[in-house]
Ligand binder design. Structure first.
Ligand code: FMN
Length: 397
């Protein structure tokens, strides 16, 4: 079954009596994994409240072309670019006619002209209106332009007539939207990725951490999302923008990362442990700032829990992929790590070269399993991530 995981759906609700069914359409789209935003026309507002649509979509509802609060006061462009698909359901006779003529006199019609996303219409109107020559001609024009028409149903109508023109069922609309997107290698899968460095407090102002930027983990997150996975990120200290389509949990210390992972791991299909987790933390965290007193200060360290190894020991666990940052005896050390953690694969980073690995934009890695040791040649972290996800899907999904 196709899904709408990671897809951004803009639902246009126009002035048909069936607009009262639009909150259910939002629900069915969300059930298939979509994020939904809604534009409602003035006609649509006569039949459904903006509050219902806002509450169910969990997003602000848009209706005003002249909204000063929209980004650069150009909400139509922002929404047009945001959407992977625009679905007008219900599509009124008036809105359909406006689209035919390329009118742009309200937010919905302007967005349709401004978007390069797929567009679907679900007409809904009185059977005589639907059977009219003008409507048939208009739909033919829109079909020729590549707009997908969701056929209305046959039956009794709000006005008492019986005939063709009832809005298609909400579930059919959602499924037909999902069918427009070909399923991808991780469609329907759940992926958990840890990334960034952890911070281990010494006292209220000082800490132990590392140079991890989170770039490799975020590139992997992007590739998983592109491949259709529902992706959750557990993020430590990073210096990059966060992928907006992922669910995000922020943590500070290795202990917090361990708890956050364990809470979510059971439902995952794939776990990628990309964070630079501190192996040690100060055994005692001073409540007050440690003062200088001309004598050496000793900080006793204690070992943090091993997140990857702990997950690998669970009886019900996802496919587990770890990273190893090594500065010597690369392959031997990575193979030892593969064995000690009992994970499916280790991605080996050579951190002895300053232009690759931690905090740089490039990387060069080895993908190591019990049977294979494959080098992925130096490239941008985006390309390296693409190749890593390709291998993971080929081997395990
Ligand atoms: C009670 C009532 C019900 C209506 N139902 C429909 C309908 O089901 N389908 C339709 O195309 N128009 C229907 N209309 C007409 C539209 O609401 C009208 O053409 C309006 O201008 C549509 O505006 P919009 O396309 O900008 O939303 C209805 C009008 C009224 C007063």
């Amino acid at each position: 079954m196709n899904t709408l995981t990671n897809k951004r759906v803009l639902l246009g609700v126009s002035g048909s009596i069936a607009a009262y069914k639009s909150p259910d359409i939002v629900r069915r789209l969300q059930d298939l994994g979509a994020e939904v935003r809604v534009i409602v026309t003035d006609g649509g507002k006569e039949f459904v409240s903006e509050r219902s649509l806002q509450t169910i979509s969990k997003n602000k509802v848009h209706s005003n072309l002249w909204d000063k609060e929209a980004e650069l006061a150009m909400g139509h462009i922002e929404l047009a670019k945001w959407s992977d698909i625009v679905i007008i359901a219900p599509a009124s006779a008036n809105t359909i006619a406006k689209l035919c003529h390329g009118r742009a006199d309200d937010l919905l019609s302007t967005v349709i002209l401004a978007t390069d996303a797929k567009v679907m219409l679900a007409p809904s109107m009185n059977q005589q209106m639907y059977a009219s020559k003008a409507m048939k001609d208009n739909l033919k024009i829109l079909l020729k332009r590549g707009i997908v028409i969701i056929e209305p149903g046959f039956g009794e109508q709000a006005c008492g007539d019986v005939g063709e023109g009832r809005l298609a069922e909400a579930l059919d609309i959602a499924n037909q939207a999902a069918d427009l997107f070909t399923s991808t290698s991780l469609s329907g899968k759940k992926v958990l990725i840890t990334l960034g460095g952890t911070i281990e407090a010494i006292d209220p102002v000082r800490y132990i951490s590392n140079h991890s930027s989170g770039k490799m983990g975020m590139a992997l997150a992007h590739q998983c999302i592109q491949a259709g996975a529902k992706t959750t990120l557990i993020i430590g200290s990073i210096s990059i923008d966060i992928e907006k389509r992922a669910e995000v949990i922020h943590i500070v210390s290795a202990d917090e990362m361990y708890e956050a992972v364990m809470k979510r791991i059971e439902s995952q299909d794939l776990f990628i442990c990309c964070a630079a987790v501190a192996d040690f933390r100060p055994k005692n965290v001073s409540h007050n700032k440690i003062k200088k007193n001309n004598s050496p200060v000793t900080i006793e360290l204690t070992e943090n829990k091993d997140i990857l190894a702990s997950v690998c020991q669970l009886s019900k666990r996802p496919i587990c992929i770890g990273f190893a940052a090594e500065s010597e005896n690369f392959i031997v050390n990575a193979r030892a790590k593969l064995e000690s953690k009992a994970c499916e694969a280790i991605i080996l980073n050579d951190i002895s070269q300053s232009e690759i690995g931690l905090n740089s934009d490039k990387n060069e890695v080895h993908f190591i399993t019990k049977e294979h040791c494959e080098k992925i040649e130096k490239n941008s972290k985006q390309i390296i991530a693409e190749k890593i996800i390709e291998k993971i899907t080929n081997y395990y999904f």
